[in-house]
Design a protein around this ligand. Sequence first.
Ligand code: NAP
Length: 297
Amino acid sequence: MKVKDVYWDLLLNIKEIYRTVNASTESLYITYDYNVIKSTDTILSDYLAVIQFYPDNANDAFFEVLYGDEVSMKLKKILELYLGYIIVNKHSKTPFACVHLAQTIDGKIATVSRKSKWIGNEENLIHAHRIRALVDAILIGGNTFRIDKPRLDVRLVKGKNPIKAIIANSSLELENLTPGKTYLFSNKKQSYNNVHADIEIVNIDDVSGYICTKSLLEVLKQKGVHSVLVEGGPLTIRKFIEDKMLSRIEFHIAPMLFGSGKNGIELQEIHDLDEAIRLNNPKYYNIGNAIMIVSNL
Ligand SMILES: NC(=O)c1ccc[n+]([C@@H]2O[C@H](COP(=O)([O-])OP(=O)(O)OC[C@H]3O[C@@H](n4cnc5c(N)ncnc54)[C@H](OP(=O)(O)O)[C@@H]3O)[C@@H](O)[C@H]2O)c1
């Protein structure tokens, strides 16, 4: 989806101002000149839209947007897609966690030789960078770091690079990390030499060999992180799904077939349809030559 600069600046502005909102008493008003102001007033008349908060509700019903008559369809669509990354419950015990995956029609996110650049189209890359700019942190698994060496920045859009988080019990070549605050989660004491001051190693014990993603998210929350984009890969996503820690999932579905390769989502086998995870209120978007499905979990 194309987003005009004025709309993107508006979203960045909402993110900035939302940090200081008292969700119990205040609403956010979007003015006709695309400014954002906080107010305890609830009269819509002179504004394009009002974002109202329901701090006692769960994440997906945490806010509502009331639109005035003057708001364009385009802005409505942009707010519908992107506000969910910004307006998250600051008082929950764990951050809002979401996934964005670029996959083929047959559900593959990499070839058998682990090539994945690029399954998604250019618009998808920009969209992924927008999400990075709107959340507080991006998280990846050790193999994605080892194979893709992603920069995890927002170079394609205006905005601040988020905090990085990596989960890996085996060692990583930290010299491949781009600059910026990074948490490295591990369930073993790793003996990394000359760790840069930006990198903090967080050890979380776990008897099953996997770090409990809820504990990991609680640590991030304590460090001031309210939203996390889990960028993959599949094993990392699986653990978040199994721990029921994901609130939202997005599939960019590219018009490609691999017929082999790595599945984006791999869970325990099921035998009955009533064991399937059903996506809650999915929405569909055209993204260049591809489609994107966005859904709550
Ligand atoms: N198309 C896309 O959108 C997309 C996005 C991301 C990645 N990918 C592709 O995905 C592939 C890698 O996927 P993958 O499933 O093999 O690996 P992955 O999920 O990136 O990494 C798995 C590794 O992360 C660590 N890990 C993850 N969750 C953990 C937990 N809860 N507790 C402890 N450790 C945890 C472990 O590291 P240790 O091995 O160190 O213990 C595990 O072996 C790459 O080919 C990459 O290109 C594609």
